[in-house]
Design a protein around this ligand. Structure first.
Ligand SMILES: NC(=O)c1ccc[n+]([C@@H]2O[C@H](COP(=O)([O-])OP(=O)(O)OC[C@H]3O[C@@H](n4cnc5c(N)ncnc54)[C@H](OP(=O)(O)O)[C@@H]3O)[C@@H](O)[C@H]2O)c1
Length: 304
Protein backbone atom coordinates (compact mmCIF):
# COMPACT_ATOMS: atom_id res chain seq x y z
CA UNK A 1 0.00 0.00 0.00
CA UNK A 2 2.86 2.39 0.93
CA UNK A 3 4.55 1.66 -2.38
CA UNK A 4 1.38 2.52 -4.30
CA UNK A 5 1.04 5.79 -2.34
CA UNK A 6 4.62 6.77 -3.12
CA UNK A 7 4.28 6.00 -6.82
CA UNK A 8 1.15 8.14 -6.85
CA UNK A 9 2.98 10.99 -5.06
CA UNK A 10 5.85 10.84 -7.54
CA UNK A 11 3.39 11.00 -10.44
CA UNK A 12 1.62 13.93 -8.74
CA UNK A 13 4.85 15.95 -8.37
CA UNK A 14 5.73 15.33 -12.03
CA UNK A 15 2.40 16.46 -13.44
CA UNK A 16 1.62 19.43 -11.17
CA UNK A 17 2.23 22.57 -13.34
CA UNK A 18 2.33 24.85 -10.27
CA UNK A 19 5.15 23.01 -8.61
CA UNK A 20 8.30 25.20 -8.74
CA UNK A 21 11.05 23.65 -10.83
CA UNK A 22 13.71 23.50 -8.08
CA UNK A 23 11.11 22.00 -5.72
CA UNK A 24 10.20 19.52 -8.45
CA UNK A 25 13.78 18.23 -8.67
CA UNK A 26 13.96 17.81 -4.90
CA UNK A 27 10.54 16.20 -4.74
CA UNK A 28 11.29 13.73 -7.51
CA UNK A 29 14.47 12.82 -5.65
CA UNK A 30 12.50 12.35 -2.43
CA UNK A 31 9.88 10.35 -4.26
CA UNK A 32 12.46 7.97 -5.71
CA UNK A 33 14.30 7.76 -2.38
CA UNK A 34 10.99 7.01 -0.68
CA UNK A 35 10.45 4.02 -2.95
CA UNK A 36 13.66 2.47 -1.76
CA UNK A 37 13.66 3.37 1.93
CA UNK A 38 11.90 1.76 4.82
CA UNK A 39 10.25 4.43 6.94
CA UNK A 40 9.86 4.02 10.67
CA UNK A 41 7.22 6.13 12.35
CA UNK A 42 7.62 6.61 16.08
CA UNK A 43 5.28 8.42 18.42
CA UNK A 44 6.62 11.86 19.35
CA UNK A 45 8.94 11.95 22.33
CA UNK A 46 7.17 13.61 25.23
CA UNK A 47 9.31 12.10 27.96
CA UNK A 48 10.98 14.36 30.50
CA UNK A 49 12.45 11.49 32.46
CA UNK A 50 15.87 12.47 33.91
CA UNK A 51 15.11 16.15 33.26
CA UNK A 52 14.93 18.78 36.00
CA UNK A 53 12.40 21.58 35.70
CA UNK A 54 12.32 24.86 37.62
CA UNK A 55 8.78 26.22 37.57
CA UNK A 56 8.27 29.74 38.90
CA UNK A 57 5.03 31.17 40.26
CA UNK A 58 3.88 27.63 40.81
CA UNK A 59 1.77 27.51 43.98
CA UNK A 60 -1.43 28.27 42.07
CA UNK A 61 -2.93 28.98 38.66
CA UNK A 62 -0.97 28.41 35.45
CA UNK A 63 2.38 27.76 37.16
CA UNK A 64 0.88 25.12 39.42
CA UNK A 65 -0.82 23.38 36.50
CA UNK A 66 2.46 23.47 34.53
CA UNK A 67 4.31 21.87 37.45
CA UNK A 68 1.79 19.01 37.47
CA UNK A 69 2.04 18.45 33.70
CA UNK A 70 5.84 18.46 33.74
CA UNK A 71 5.91 16.04 36.68
CA UNK A 72 3.47 13.75 34.84
CA UNK A 73 5.84 13.74 31.85
CA UNK A 74 8.59 12.53 34.16
CA UNK A 75 10.45 15.71 35.11
CA UNK A 76 11.77 16.29 38.59
CA UNK A 77 10.16 19.61 39.47
CA UNK A 78 11.44 22.44 41.65
CA UNK A 79 8.62 24.82 42.53
CA UNK A 80 9.31 28.51 43.20
CA UNK A 81 7.03 31.09 44.82
CA UNK A 82 6.77 33.30 47.92
CA UNK A 83 4.58 31.24 50.20
CA UNK A 84 6.59 28.47 51.85
CA UNK A 85 3.46 27.07 53.44
CA UNK A 86 1.80 26.55 50.06
CA UNK A 87 5.02 25.23 48.51
CA UNK A 88 5.51 22.68 51.28
CA UNK A 89 1.95 21.41 50.86
CA UNK A 90 2.08 21.33 47.06
CA UNK A 91 5.40 19.57 46.66
CA UNK A 92 3.96 16.45 48.30
CA UNK A 93 1.02 16.44 45.86
CA UNK A 94 3.04 16.51 42.62
CA UNK A 95 2.86 13.27 40.58
CA UNK A 96 5.88 10.93 40.76
CA UNK A 97 5.51 8.46 37.85
CA UNK A 98 9.29 7.85 37.84
CA UNK A 99 9.77 8.09 41.58
CA UNK A 100 10.98 11.69 41.24
CA UNK A 101 11.89 13.70 44.34
CA UNK A 102 10.43 17.15 43.79
CA UNK A 103 11.57 20.21 45.70
CA UNK A 104 10.88 23.91 46.13
CA UNK A 105 12.54 27.31 46.47
CA UNK A 106 11.18 30.32 48.32
CA UNK A 107 11.81 33.62 46.53
CA UNK A 108 10.03 36.88 45.81
CA UNK A 109 10.22 38.32 42.28
CA UNK A 110 9.76 41.76 43.83
CA UNK A 111 13.37 41.42 45.01
CA UNK A 112 15.61 40.56 42.06
CA UNK A 113 18.76 40.22 44.16
CA UNK A 114 17.06 37.75 46.47
CA UNK A 115 15.97 35.73 43.42
CA UNK A 116 19.59 35.77 42.22
CA UNK A 117 20.91 34.47 45.54
CA UNK A 118 18.31 31.70 45.78
CA UNK A 119 18.57 30.51 42.19
CA UNK A 120 22.37 30.64 42.03
CA UNK A 121 22.53 28.43 45.11
CA UNK A 122 19.96 26.03 43.62
CA UNK A 123 21.65 25.81 40.23
CA UNK A 124 24.98 25.08 41.91
CA UNK A 125 23.39 21.89 43.27
CA UNK A 126 21.01 21.00 40.48
CA UNK A 127 21.24 21.03 36.67
CA UNK A 128 17.98 22.46 35.36
CA UNK A 129 16.94 21.50 31.83
CA UNK A 130 13.57 23.25 31.82
CA UNK A 131 12.81 26.75 33.12
CA UNK A 132 9.28 28.14 33.27
CA UNK A 133 9.43 31.89 33.89
CA UNK A 134 6.19 32.95 35.53
CA UNK A 135 4.99 35.24 38.32
CA UNK A 136 1.98 37.34 39.26
CA UNK A 137 0.93 39.98 36.72
CA UNK A 138 1.56 43.73 37.25
CA UNK A 139 -1.32 45.80 38.69
CA UNK A 140 -3.97 47.03 36.24
CA UNK A 141 -4.53 50.66 35.24
CA UNK A 142 -4.11 53.03 32.29
CA UNK A 143 -0.53 53.71 31.20
CA UNK A 144 -0.91 57.48 31.63
CA UNK A 145 -1.93 57.19 35.28
CA UNK A 146 0.90 54.81 36.20
CA UNK A 147 3.88 56.24 38.02
CA UNK A 148 7.41 55.46 36.93
CA UNK A 149 8.01 53.27 39.99
CA UNK A 150 5.30 50.87 38.75
CA UNK A 151 7.11 50.47 35.41
CA UNK A 152 10.46 49.96 37.15
CA UNK A 153 9.01 47.35 39.54
CA UNK A 154 7.27 45.44 36.75
CA UNK A 155 10.43 45.53 34.61
CA UNK A 156 12.41 44.12 37.51
CA UNK A 157 9.88 41.39 38.43
CA UNK A 158 9.22 40.26 34.88
CA UNK A 159 12.29 40.95 32.81
CA UNK A 160 15.21 41.19 35.21
CA UNK A 161 14.16 38.17 37.30
CA UNK A 162 13.62 36.10 34.15
CA UNK A 163 17.08 37.15 32.98
CA UNK A 164 18.70 36.27 36.30
CA UNK A 165 17.05 32.85 36.17
CA UNK A 166 18.18 32.24 32.60
CA UNK A 167 21.77 33.21 33.41
CA UNK A 168 21.73 30.80 36.35
CA UNK A 169 20.39 27.78 34.45
CA UNK A 170 21.90 28.13 30.97
CA UNK A 171 25.39 26.77 31.77
CA UNK A 172 23.90 23.39 32.75
CA UNK A 173 21.57 23.45 29.73
CA UNK A 174 24.55 24.02 27.46
CA UNK A 175 26.42 21.16 29.13
CA UNK A 176 23.44 18.86 28.62
CA UNK A 177 22.81 20.07 25.05
CA UNK A 178 19.19 20.35 26.13
CA UNK A 179 17.33 23.37 27.38
CA UNK A 180 13.74 24.57 27.30
CA UNK A 181 12.91 28.07 28.50
CA UNK A 182 9.22 28.90 28.47
CA UNK A 183 8.02 32.36 29.46
CA UNK A 184 4.41 32.84 30.52
CA UNK A 185 3.48 36.29 29.24
CA UNK A 186 0.13 37.47 27.82
CA UNK A 187 -1.69 37.93 24.52
CA UNK A 188 -1.01 41.65 25.01
CA UNK A 189 2.31 40.89 23.31
CA UNK A 190 0.27 40.75 20.09
CA UNK A 191 -2.53 43.22 20.83
CA UNK A 192 -2.24 45.53 23.88
CA UNK A 193 -5.15 45.12 26.30
CA UNK A 194 -7.04 48.25 27.41
CA UNK A 195 -6.45 49.21 31.01
CA UNK A 196 -3.21 47.24 31.39
CA UNK A 197 -0.71 50.02 30.65
CA UNK A 198 2.27 48.81 32.67
CA UNK A 199 1.64 45.16 31.86
CA UNK A 200 1.33 45.74 28.08
CA UNK A 201 4.60 47.68 28.10
CA UNK A 202 6.63 45.17 30.08
CA UNK A 203 5.17 42.10 28.31
CA UNK A 204 6.40 43.51 24.99
CA UNK A 205 9.89 43.90 26.45
CA UNK A 206 9.89 40.32 27.75
CA UNK A 207 8.81 38.97 24.34
CA UNK A 208 11.63 40.84 22.58
CA UNK A 209 14.17 39.72 25.17
CA UNK A 210 13.01 36.12 24.67
CA UNK A 211 13.24 36.32 20.88
CA UNK A 212 16.75 37.72 21.13
CA UNK A 213 17.81 34.94 23.49
CA UNK A 214 16.29 32.27 21.27
CA UNK A 215 18.73 33.22 18.51
CA UNK A 216 21.68 33.24 20.91
CA UNK A 217 20.83 29.91 22.56
CA UNK A 218 19.43 27.95 19.61
CA UNK A 219 22.86 26.58 18.60
CA UNK A 220 23.18 24.90 22.02
CA UNK A 221 19.98 22.84 21.81
CA UNK A 222 18.18 25.40 23.96
CA UNK A 223 14.85 26.84 22.90
CA UNK A 224 13.15 29.97 24.23
CA UNK A 225 9.43 30.33 23.63
CA UNK A 226 6.54 32.35 25.03
CA UNK A 227 3.11 31.07 25.99
CA UNK A 228 0.46 33.79 25.93
CA UNK A 229 -2.55 32.92 28.06
CA UNK A 230 -5.91 34.41 27.20
CA UNK A 231 -8.68 34.48 29.83
CA UNK A 232 -7.75 31.59 32.08
CA UNK A 233 -9.67 30.71 35.25
CA UNK A 234 -7.15 31.22 38.05
CA UNK A 235 -6.98 33.22 41.26
CA UNK A 236 -5.78 36.19 39.24
CA UNK A 237 -8.67 36.10 36.79
CA UNK A 238 -11.21 35.71 39.60
CA UNK A 239 -9.78 38.88 41.16
CA UNK A 240 -9.82 40.70 37.81
CA UNK A 241 -13.47 39.73 37.21
CA UNK A 242 -14.52 40.73 40.73
CA UNK A 243 -12.76 44.11 40.44
CA UNK A 244 -14.22 44.74 36.98
CA UNK A 245 -17.73 43.85 38.16
CA UNK A 246 -17.45 46.13 41.21
CA UNK A 247 -16.19 49.04 39.07
CA UNK A 248 -18.99 48.69 36.53
CA UNK A 249 -21.79 47.90 39.02
CA UNK A 250 -22.34 44.46 37.49
CA UNK A 251 -22.44 40.99 38.98
CA UNK A 252 -19.41 38.73 38.50
CA UNK A 253 -21.59 36.48 36.31
CA UNK A 254 -22.44 39.44 34.03
CA UNK A 255 -18.79 40.45 33.91
CA UNK A 256 -17.78 36.88 33.02
CA UNK A 257 -20.42 36.68 30.27
CA UNK A 258 -19.07 39.92 28.74
CA UNK A 259 -15.57 38.44 28.71
CA UNK A 260 -16.75 35.21 27.11
CA UNK A 261 -18.49 37.16 24.33
CA UNK A 262 -15.04 38.01 22.95
CA UNK A 263 -13.80 34.41 22.92
CA UNK A 264 -14.58 32.26 19.85
CA UNK A 265 -14.34 29.09 21.98
CA UNK A 266 -17.26 30.48 24.00
CA UNK A 267 -15.72 29.87 27.41
CA UNK A 268 -12.94 30.80 29.80
CA UNK A 269 -9.87 28.55 29.53
CA UNK A 270 -8.55 26.24 32.22
CA UNK A 271 -5.05 26.56 33.68
CA UNK A 272 -4.40 22.99 32.52
CA UNK A 273 -4.93 24.07 28.89
CA UNK A 274 -2.17 26.68 29.16
CA UNK A 275 -0.01 24.19 31.05
CA UNK A 276 -0.36 21.68 28.22
CA UNK A 277 1.30 24.14 25.81
CA UNK A 278 4.05 24.91 28.32
CA UNK A 279 4.72 21.21 28.91
CA UNK A 280 4.79 20.37 25.21
CA UNK A 281 7.36 23.11 24.57
CA UNK A 282 9.51 21.54 27.30
CA UNK A 283 9.66 18.13 25.62
CA UNK A 284 12.15 16.66 23.13
CA UNK A 285 9.32 16.69 20.56
CA UNK A 286 9.37 20.50 20.52
CA UNK A 287 13.10 20.75 19.71
CA UNK A 288 12.55 22.64 16.44
CA UNK A 289 10.11 25.21 17.85
CA UNK A 290 12.13 28.23 18.89
CA UNK A 291 11.53 31.94 19.38
CA UNK A 292 7.77 31.98 19.01
CA UNK A 293 4.67 33.26 20.81
CA UNK A 294 1.84 30.78 21.30
CA UNK A 295 -1.49 32.28 22.33
CA UNK A 296 -3.64 29.84 24.32
CA UNK A 297 -6.76 31.94 24.27
CA UNK A 298 -9.64 30.07 22.64
CA UNK A 299 -9.03 32.11 19.47
CA UNK A 300 -9.61 35.53 21.09
CA UNK A 301 -6.54 37.38 19.82
CA UNK A 302 -7.47 39.11 16.57
CA UNK A 303 -4.07 38.90 14.92
CA UNK A 304 -1.82 36.23 13.51
N1 LIG B 1 -5.13 34.03 34.25
C1 LIG B 1 -5.26 34.75 33.18
O1 LIG B 1 -6.37 34.92 32.64
C2 LIG B 1 -4.03 35.38 32.54
C3 LIG B 1 -4.17 35.99 31.30
C4 LIG B 1 -3.05 36.56 30.71
C5 LIG B 1 -1.84 36.54 31.35
N2 LIG B 1 -1.74 35.94 32.58
C6 LIG B 1 -0.44 35.99 33.23
O2 LIG B 1 0.04 34.68 33.50
C7 LIG B 1 0.81 34.71 34.71
C8 LIG B 1 0.25 33.68 35.69
O3 LIG B 1 -1.10 33.99 35.88
P1 LIG B 1 -2.04 33.17 36.91
O4 LIG B 1 -3.42 33.55 36.52
O5 LIG B 1 -1.64 31.77 36.99
O6 LIG B 1 -1.66 33.96 38.27
P2 LIG B 1 -2.00 33.59 39.79
O7 LIG B 1 -3.14 32.65 39.88
O8 LIG B 1 -2.09 34.91 40.48
O9 LIG B 1 -0.68 32.82 40.28
C9 LIG B 1 0.53 33.52 40.37
C10 LIG B 1 1.60 32.61 40.95
O10 LIG B 1 2.81 33.36 41.02
C11 LIG B 1 3.29 33.41 42.36
N3 LIG B 1 3.75 34.77 42.60
C12 LIG B 1 3.02 35.91 42.57
N4 LIG B 1 3.80 36.95 42.86
C13 LIG B 1 5.05 36.46 43.05
C14 LIG B 1 6.30 37.04 43.38
N5 LIG B 1 6.41 38.37 43.59
N6 LIG B 1 7.39 36.26 43.49
C15 LIG B 1 7.30 34.91 43.29
N7 LIG B 1 6.14 34.31 42.98
C16 LIG B 1 5.03 35.06 42.87
C17 LIG B 1 2.10 33.06 43.24
O11 LIG B 1 2.49 32.36 44.43
P3 LIG B 1 2.83 33.10 45.82
O12 LIG B 1 1.69 34.04 46.08
O13 LIG B 1 2.96 31.99 46.80
O14 LIG B 1 4.13 33.80 45.60
C18 LIG B 1 1.33 32.10 42.35
O15 LIG B 1 1.83 30.81 42.49
C19 LIG B 1 0.74 36.16 35.23
O16 LIG B 1 1.85 36.90 34.80
C20 LIG B 1 -0.52 36.68 34.58
O17 LIG B 1 -0.55 38.07 34.47
C21 LIG B 1 -2.80 35.35 33.18
Amino acid sequence: MRLITQIYQLFYYLKDPEYPSEGLTISVFHGIAGLTQTQHFCPMNLSLQHRNALVCGSTQGIGRAAAFELALLGATVTLLARSEEKLRALVTQLPTPNGQRHGYLVADFADAEQVRTVVMAASAQNDFHVLVNNTGGPPAGPALDSNTAAFVQAFSSHLLCNHILVQAVVPAMKKAGYGRIVNVISTSVKIPIRGLGVSNTIRGAVANWAKTLSVELGPFGITVNNVLPGSTMTGRLEAVLAAGAARAGRTVEEETALMIREIPAGRIGAAEEVAAAIAFLATPAAAYINGINIPVDGGRTGSL
